[in-house]
Design a protein around this ligand. Sequence first.
Ligand code: GDP
Ligand code: PGA
Ligand code: MN
Ligand code: MN
Length: 605
Amino acid sequence: MTATQAPITHPTTHQGIVDFVNEVAELTRPDRIQWCTGSDEEWTELTQTLMATGTFTQLNPAIKPNSFYAASDPIDVARVEDRTYICSVDPHDAGPTNNWMAPDEMKDLMRGLYAGCMRGRTMYVIPFVMGHLDAEKPMFGIELTDSAYVTASMRVMARMGSHVLERMTELDAEFVPAIHSVGHPLEPGEADVAWPCNDTKYIVQFPEERAIWSFGSGYGGNALLGKKCYALRIASVMARDEGWLAEHMLILKLTSPQGVVKYVAAAFPSACGKTNLAMLKPTIPGWKVESIGDDIAWMRIGADGRLWAVNPEYGFFGVAPGTNEHTNPHAMATINKGNSVFTNVALTEDGDIWWEGLENPPAKATSWKGEEWTPESDFDSSHPNSRYCTPIKQCDILAPEFDDPRGVPIDAILFGGRRKTTVPLVFEARDWTHGTFLGATLSSETTAAAVGAVGVVRRDPMAMLPFIGYNAGDYFSHWINVGKDNDAAKLPKIFYVNWFRRDDEGGFLWPGFGENSRVLKWVVERIEGQAAAVETPIGHVPTPDSLDTEGLDMSRAALEAALAVDPEEWAAEIPQIQEWFEKFGDDLPAVLWTELDGLRARLGG
Ligand code: GDP
Ligand code: PGA
Ligand code: MN
Ligand code: MN
């Protein structure tokens, strides 16, 4: 806006929203402000704008209708954990696992970055709601962004548009103000680049204010602010204050051949199998999986004392490599319906996309970096964290409960990570507190979903390390309290899984994907008191015979190796857990030390 322009009109009388938009426009100086409606015309206009700037390439409509390809700047491919801050008033509230800066200091610094940063661009105003508009307390947000790519992606990933703004106005609702800029202003006449971003990046949460400021990146987890920033970091703080849980979990519905329904939530770190498990196609006859969510679960104790979960999102933002007709046929069916955005995969000559692990490699393609790629190339066609962004409503196995604002009552929670050694395929916690211990000590090899080294084992509590919006010690206490304050018999049973254990040759011991249905079956049978298990120092592990192995192509020796609990390997974990717990000082709930002592004693230490 320049001073000579007429003041712009706003399609809402919600003063808080109008003030927010005006203040941010005043600071960032966009050329235009566009209030997003969610209409089809808006989608067409956005995608055409993105094609004009070279950000989007339209895919062949005969293969992938209404779908688009984008390649990012190579410096902007994943979440940036070292640039992510929890700016609580008191540094102690951010805890030892988050980056912290005083809120005023961060705001001064970022106001400097934001000053004039939207010059030459459009500021999109995205009214959105995480979860259902008809929830008892709808969880609103307004994202202001200067990125058409982010706006198009938010349309897929969140319920947004005029109907949301109208409800916010009617209710004079509270909302999470979320500012996003790619940090790449355009001088008059300057041409845009295909993927504007900035070397300097900040992903900042202000937990007391419930506000989000993001700068410099266009990547999903850094820029689609409803997702990680709101639905995990900010929501985890709300959940602590209000007595519920905001978790990095998929939600699935499992129906047995007898028609018995169970709901399972599972927390695995980024790129460790949530989306695949959420859409699993069972290999065991008669069992059925339907999806409810693939990344985030908001869970509350219901009037019946059970833990009820909803998926606050509206799309899948899935890891592309490894996805194919065998590993995830339902994801393939979902994206083949079109209306999707593919980022950092390869573009084929017939206007389709390809990635490592997909069937039928093309003779030639353009890699995500724009190089010519052939199956003989000595580099990958796609970035390991390349993603598809696709509407959840297109999923052919979406459970009807997805549309129920009450959500579903969870029967089992799985924690899991990527471990080459030590951790067996599955085991069961003795009780809620032990389950909390398993979650609090979850360990996993780092993946390409975050910038930094890949394959390094780190503790990733409840798969929430990058997403807990407050002191992780207090987060553990919150989990313990959920167990204390509620009827244990009605809470979900807690399990721990590892699909990624390796044999001596480095191959995966367990075939994974659809075969994981065998583990889900064992979980259900444990809940029902039917399946056998051996009590080990770490928890209850299946006997090889208690798993349904009918038709499983795996040797007995391999199965035993996948289930093995090696006391020596576990003894080596103890000092690591000790060191991890010491980080939290007095904030660590004492019962977790008791759990560690118990484990040490059972291992004979
Ligand atoms: P998310 O980021 O947690 O949702 O993880 P995804 O489900 O997208 O999976 C991340 C990567 O792990 C993909 O490359 C998958 O192909 C792979 N993956 C998922 N499930 C399994 C499994 O059961 N076994 C093996 N070996 N790989 C898996
Ligand atoms: P993921 O989600 O868990 O599906 O990888 C994105 C992320 O966590 O960055
Ligand atoms: Mn995630
Ligand atoms: Mn996923």
